[in-house]
Design a protein around this ligand. Sequence first.
Ligand SMILES: *[C@@H]1O[C@H](CO)[C@@H](O)[C@H](O)[C@H]1NC(C)=O
Ligand SMILES: *[C@@H]1O[C@H](CO)[C@@H](O)[C@H](O)[C@H]1NC(C)=O
Ligand SMILES: *[C@@H]1O[C@H](CO)[C@@H](O)[C@H](O)[C@H]1NC(C)=O
Ligand SMILES: *[C@@H]1O[C@H](CO)[C@@H](O)[C@H](O)[C@H]1NC(C)=O
Ligand SMILES: *[C@@H]1O[C@H](CO)[C@@H](O)[C@H](O)[C@H]1NC(C)=O
Length: 456
Amino acid sequence: MPRYDHNFILVITILYATILFIFPTSSSSLKIGETCSPDGNQCDAGLRCGTCPASGNTRPRCTRIQPISPTSKVNGLPFNRYSWLTTHNSYALSGSKSPSGSPVLGPANQEDDVASQLRNGVRGLMLDMYDFNNDIWMCHSFGGRCYNITAYQPTINVLREIQKFLEANPTEIVTIFIEDYVTSSDGLTRVFNAAGLTRYMFPLSRMPRDSGDWPLITDMVAQNQRLVVFTSKSAKEASEGVAYEWSFVVETQYGNEGQVAGSCRNRSESSALNTTSRSLVLQNYFSTNPNVTGACIDNSASLITMMNTCHQAAGSRWPNYIAVDFYQRSDGGGAPEAVDVANGYLTCGCPNIAYCRVNSTFGTCDIPILSPPPPAQLQPDRSFDGFGLGFAVHGAAQPQWFHLAIVTTLTSLICTSSSLTSAISWMLIGALTRNTNQLANLGEEAEGTFQAMLHL
Ligand SMILES: *[C@@H]1O[C@H](CO)[C@@H](O)[C@H](O)[C@H]1NC(C)=O
Ligand SMILES: *[C@@H]1O[C@H](CO)[C@@H](O)[C@H](O)[C@H]1NC(C)=O
Ligand SMILES: *[C@@H]1O[C@H](CO)[C@@H](O)[C@H](O)[C@H]1NC(C)=O
Ligand SMILES: *[C@@H]1O[C@H](CO)[C@@H](O)[C@H](O)[C@H]1NC(C)=O
Ligand SMILES: *[C@@H]1O[C@H](CO)[C@@H](O)[C@H](O)[C@H]1NC(C)=O
């Protein structure tokens, strides 16, 4: 064995290890279902690290929060041939403060703001609008009136987030469903004007009333008519030109009644679900009382099962909108997966948009051979506490061969060096190997050796 300058090698190694400890790489390399650490941002784009204790999944795993953009596979179909992830009470965020500064009375339905939802691929927004404070506000209220303690924020704030998104993303289309309590004259028109949204509105006159297809998505983009707005008040069609939702959309029952397995009914305002003169189908799937711990179950397998039930009830039509609470919560694929399934059937005749071939004929699918689920880590994240100095190692994506090379170097040092050098080397091996989770026992041994040294 050639003679190395041991101190030199040791210094280099310590430098490398220090860099690892101080700047843990926030790599993005973990796939759906892989275990992750909630405080690191290690999951691939479109995923987040989460648990679903209600279904027994207590170990953090990468779960999906974004659907696949259907137009990235099949562009140019009629608008009613796509499905969109939709948030129920999109504005009702946990931790909201009312105008008087106290927490808003009433439960949250979502965890991130509308701007963030749009970035994650949400394209349907359910917004409750009320007259309040000489303005229009987002409220979660009762009796058709908004109060200080039920007021979330002025509607214009949320509409401006939508305006910014449409401006920055010139091929995206957004739908707003207004639960409309506004009685002030031209109230909707004024607030949409003020937010700079009027110029994006898809005109009522172009909406198909009897079984017709909607215009092509590419046409809506070309004409910059990329904001579809529906109100729950029929009178607004005549007074402000805002489309009455149930003239164009059939909608399933919401709340617990809409979650009875095997049954899919219309909500009371909607025509029967198989009324094909309404070209759009909206599926609600959330509990009566928003339940952040239960949402990960609701948004998983049972959502897709219900989607199949509703597909039958709606006259073999897949939902164009899938509306949920806490859209980021699931056991894996979640609501984004349900949207991908619907988009697969709607756009290319495949059981998932992921299997659609770009620009191919309907029914041409690339269905992957099922592979076993990714292996879980050998043990839950065991962050090395950086020798108690307050920094931690999160190294899921460090190249493991590099660690092994260093471990080998250190081992050779141990064989030839003084006891202090070898103690430090053992410690580093411990840190690095626990980091890779592969040679954990060796790490424990190193720790033991170090403790023995200290006691000497
Ligand atoms: C499909 O083909 C058209 C040209 O025919 C092209 O403009 C488009 O980008 C292709 N891709 C998708 C996803 O439609
Ligand atoms: C609501 O809050 C505002 C701002 O704090 C306050 O001026 C107003 O008096 C409150 N209204 C009621 C009815 O409490
Ligand atoms: C829709 O559902 C309600 C019950 O919520 C029912 O009273 C109504 O008749 C239904 N409408 C149709 C057309 O089935
Ligand atoms: C539509 O659904 C209703 C139940 O809501 C059912 O009674 C009716 O037979 C269905 N119509 C058709 C044409 O399938
Ligand atoms: C919320 O969901 C969990 C898990 O399904 C359930 O155990 C709990 O009872 C639910 N809470 C409410 C208030 O419904």
